[in-house]
Design a protein around this ligand. Sequence first.
Ligand SMILES: [Zn+2]
Length: 316
Amino acid sequence: MIEHDGGLRVQGMALWLDATRSRDRCFVSHAHSDHAIRHRRIIASPQTARLYEHRLGRTLAETHAFHAPFEVDGARCWLLPAGHILGSSQILIEHKGRRIVYTGDCRMREGLTAEPITVEPCDILVMECTFGRPHYVFPEPAEVARRLCRFIEGTWNEGLTPVLLAYALGKGQEAMKLLGDRGYSCAVAEPVFRIARIYEEYGVRFGRYELLDPTLGAEGVRGQVVILPPHLRRSQILEDIGPCRTAMLTGWAMDRNCRFRYRVDEAIPLSDHADFQELLALVRQAAPKKVYTVHGFTEFAKHLRLLGYDADHLGP
Ligand SMILES: [Zn+2]
């Protein structure tokens, strides 16, 4: 029913879903680099197409608003919000009398900068399971925010600069919004800044923030929270801004060794993915006859089988 070879495909349809090899026509669920590579033509939400083109350049993009039906290879399709990052979508395909949903990356908790998820009942659910192990249960959003604020205040009390490491697309903007809404001012690295400008085009409103200018040294970031994409952690920037403490924002913070793995002072479980309980809730609400899991732990499918679902892991 579902092919999995360099991407996903419903058998009998030409359309690929989040293909990892370049294709003639591909649905792109969202603009993270592990889901978005260059294709000849893409199908995506307008927000995803905008972010995709920001990363990869002009593309032949067929965009569809959420919940608006369209036709592909004789099948009726809809894009539905996935709750992961701005524009992230699931695709619902009605094919030969069956309703098939592919979730892409998703989150059930409501984020601050992503459209809230819609869960549709379906016959076949193809879902991500990045955090598909029982110990990945994230604290309540209010508790995560408290931890983040505690880290920032504690760092300032020691006379140091708080530096948050967050992916340039999605997590960076989520942190900016969370902090801006609480009156903090952020100095953000250029990749985060440029994507925040795109979020603003789609109506996301941030509090005070500016482009980080590391040449101004510690004085230039006094009283501000610095946000950097993780890959810039080892750049000159950290040396330029002087003594600081670093916190990685990631769901992997639930792992005890996370701080050491990322070589940071603190790891805070701010995630744009569903945790284990949310993944189970998604399956319950979609009530599918068949589940295929992708992007995560193979044993999540096993958990689902124990709960009585017909579930298989497709990989990778
Ligand atoms: Zn993603």
